[in-house]
Design a protein around this ligand. Structure first.
Ligand code: THU
Length: 137
């Protein structure tokens, strides 16, 4: 369990930002729009939608756009995360996106899930991360 400092989170604001992002989705192939929003450690809200491609495997998940916006708006780390489907219901991030979120997590990052608020360690246990690249054999 991640015991890092947990930031106060305005969850309704994150939910709203995720829903607004979802409205921007480009998902003509799956017809499954997704919106994601996150609170940064310094209090910004960043968001993203999924953007698909005729070459289906090139689809960009909403979280890809979110981390792009994170960097374009000043960088930093993610303290809280919320993702919604086309009905506005909470959506669990896919496996690849859990890895993306892990890379940019703040200590104590909280994720809204279908089972309530969880830590990064709970949604991606035993994660591989940048720290493993430092290991020497
Ligand atoms: N999708 C996301 O944007 N994020 C996720 O974490 C799960 C899946 C998108 C990808 C694709 O455009 C659609 O949902 C259906 O898989």
């Amino acid at each position: 369990m991640d015991t890092g400092h947990q930031q106060d989170v305005d969850w309704p604001a994150l939910e709203q930002a995720a829903k607004e992002a979802m409205e921007r989705a480009y998902a003509p192939y799956s017809k499954f729009p997704v919106g994601a929003a996150a609170l940064t450690e310094d209090g910004r809200i960043v968001s993203g939608c999924n953007v698909e491609n005729a070459s289906y495997g090139l689809t960009l998940c909403a979280e890809c756009a979110l981390v792009g916006q994170l960097h374009m708006s000043g960088g930093g780390r993610l303290a809280a995360f919320y993702c919604v489907d086309g009905q506005g219901n909470i959506l669990m991030p896919c496996g690849r996106c859990r890895q993306l979120l892990y890379e940019f997590r703040a200590p104590g990052m909280q994720l809204m899930t279908t089972q309530g608020i969880k830590s990064m360690d709970q949604v991606l246990p035993d994660a591989f991360g940048p720290e493993h690249l430092e290991e020497t054999t």
